[in-house]
Ligand binder design. Structure first.
Ligand SMILES: [Zn+2]
Length: 355
């Protein structure tokens, strides 16, 4: 974690892990009392490739191994500072308990008590007992329960709370209503109203990727057919471009390859089509596009905006929501997970003093 020496006296720290369908990303976040500064410590970011989606125990173990390294790093640098942890997962999470209800992609984490699973995995590795009660101000002698949230909710929290708010140049705008659409293995989504993530009644809000766009389309792991994410996900883009991965397709598109460029633009149009439907339902002031596919930038967003404008109900008579790329990029999930862990432990986290 280079750069840590320059960070003066944090009062709390949190580790964030972002568990997606193919990789665990992780890092540490420091919290300061002076001005509620939150700073992500990097390049301490750890990316761990995994292919253990179907083996829940192995996935929990992998998270615990990653967390152990970061706990050790943070505690050795700032021995007096309490360290919490938060996990964001590509799963539908019970907002009260952190229990994973279902996940289309992390098959091994369906119907699992994740906070207890993860804490016990880390306890076994570190030979320390699990702390009792709610996550609070942990001691280094125990393993605190992690807070567990949906990955898109965590990313949306980071985007909404740890970046400067939008200008309110439109006098009709009564509140900031941000919709995050994170495009990776699937599509994650979240709605944030004036800084608060709306997780829904059961913790399953924002699963926009599973809106049916093509009822006669191909089957989706969620049980439906023709879901939006099947047309916009990283795999959809890679297939459309005839490349091994979305990363390759995007790199070649940005370098000027015509086939890959067409594939990205078509993906952008499908993105915009879905955004128009979301706008009809949610009336957001802005869309923020995250996840790996968002790295295509304007090549993806320009056709998405055109399509949004074309299909927005009453489009000529209403403000059109903005469409921008997420600020935190691939770090949004773990930064948000760590920030939420701090907030749930009673630290007042705000965007005010973020670099
Ligand atoms: Zn689906």
């Amino acid at each position: 974690m280079a750069g840590g020496e320059a960070i003066a006296s944090p009062v709390a720290a949190a580790i964030g892990l972002d568990v997606g369908g193919g990789a665990v990303k992780a890092g540490g976040v420091l919290f300061h009392a002076d001005g509620t500064l939150v700073q992500a410590v990097g390049p301490g970011e750890v990316r761990v490739r995994h292919r253990v989606e179907a083996d829940g125990d192995a996935l929990s173990e992998l998270c615990a191994v990653t967390a152990r390294e970061l706990f050790h790093e943070l505690r050795s640098r700032w021995p007096q500072v309490p360290v919490l942890w938060g996990v964001s997962a590509a799963a539908w999470i019970d907002p009260g308990t952190g229990h994973s209800l279902f996940s289309p992609h992390l098959m091994g984490w369906r119907d699992r008590p994740l906070p207890q699973d993860l804490a016990q995995s880390l306890a076994r590795l570190t030979d320390r007992p699990v702390a009792g009660g709610e996550p609070g101000r942990p001691s280094p002698q125990t393993v605190p329960l992690p807070s567990v949230v949906n990955d898109a909710d965590a990313a949306a929290w980071a985007e909404a709370r740890l970046t400067p708010g939008p200008g309110r140049d439109d006098g009709r705008l009564r509140s900031d209503r941000m919709v995050l659409v994170a495009i990776g293995t699937g599509i994650g989504g979240a709605l944030v109203r004036d800084g608060a993530v709306d997780v829904g009644a059961w913790g399953m809000a924002g699963e926009y990727g599973h809106m049916t766009v093509d009822p006669s389309g191909v089957p989706c792991p969620c049980g439906n057919t023709g879901c939006w994410e099947l047309l916009v996900s990283a795999e959809a883009l890679a297939t459309r471009a005839g490349r091994a991965s979305a990363r390759t397709a995007i790199d070649e598109a940005l370098a000027g390859d015509a086939d890959c460029g067409r594939a990205v633009r078509e993906t952008g149009r499908w993105l915009g089509r879905g955004l128009a439907t979301l706008a009809a339902v949610l009336d957001p002031s802005r869309f923020v596009i995250g996840g790996g596919v968002a790295s295509a930038g304007e090549l993806l967003l320009a056709p998405a905006r055109e399509e949004l404008g074309r299909h927005l109900p009453g489009g000529h008579y209403r403000p059109v929501p903005s469409v921008t790329v997420a600020t935190w990029g691939n770090s949004a999930g773990w930064v948000g997970a760590a920030g939420i862990a701090l907030e749930r432990a009673g630290w007042s986290v705000s965007a005010a003093a973020v670099d």
